[in-house]
Write a protein that binds this ligand. Structure first.
Ligand code: FES
Length: 141
């Protein structure tokens, strides 16, 4: 029997969450290998289409990690991200993509421990939900 290892895409804001991930790595914290990081300039840059394409390409979960409210380098990009994620999660409700497969969180630069916690929590959430078979079969992955 094969053990389900989720594939998670984490879109990290260049100015905060990416540094948070870097801090977690420098501190040699326990980080899951199931999370693939994509650096974006701002969480507000993450278009819903990018998220849906990630699911269609075989991701079991998608995370968007941005600066804390008030800290966005582009003023309100993270607030736009929040609105989009809330809306997208409600749109996903009637689909096979459980809303918990899409997470938004804030991680400041230097918050390595918080970064490690949110990505490890996401892996556990996706493990409990099981694989998502949208668009591609497990064999194609
Ligand atoms: Fe980090 Fe906008 S610059 S969320």
């Amino acid at each position: 029997m094969t053990v389900f290892e989720p594939r998670i895409i984490a879109m990290l804001c260049n100015w905060c969450a990416y540094d948070g991930a870097d801090a977690a790595g420098r501190a040699r914290l326990d980080l899951p290998a199931q999370v693939r990081e994509v650096r974006v300039m701002c969480s507000g840059q993450v278009d819903p289409d990018m998220i849906l394409k990630a699911f269609a390409a075989g991701a079991d979960g998608v995370m968007v990690l941005g600066c804390k409210p008030g800290d966005c380098h582009y003023k309100e990009g993270n607030l736009h991200a929040l609105k989009r994620i809330v809306l997208l999660r409600s749109v996903l409700k009637p689909t096979p993509v459980h809303p918990h497969r899409l997470q938004l969180d804030w991680v400041s630069a230097g918050q390595g421990h918080h970064y490690a916690q949110v990505v490890n929590d996401m892996v556990e959430t996706i493990r409990s939900l099981g694989p998502l078979a949208v668009g591609v079969s497990r064999e194609e992955r």
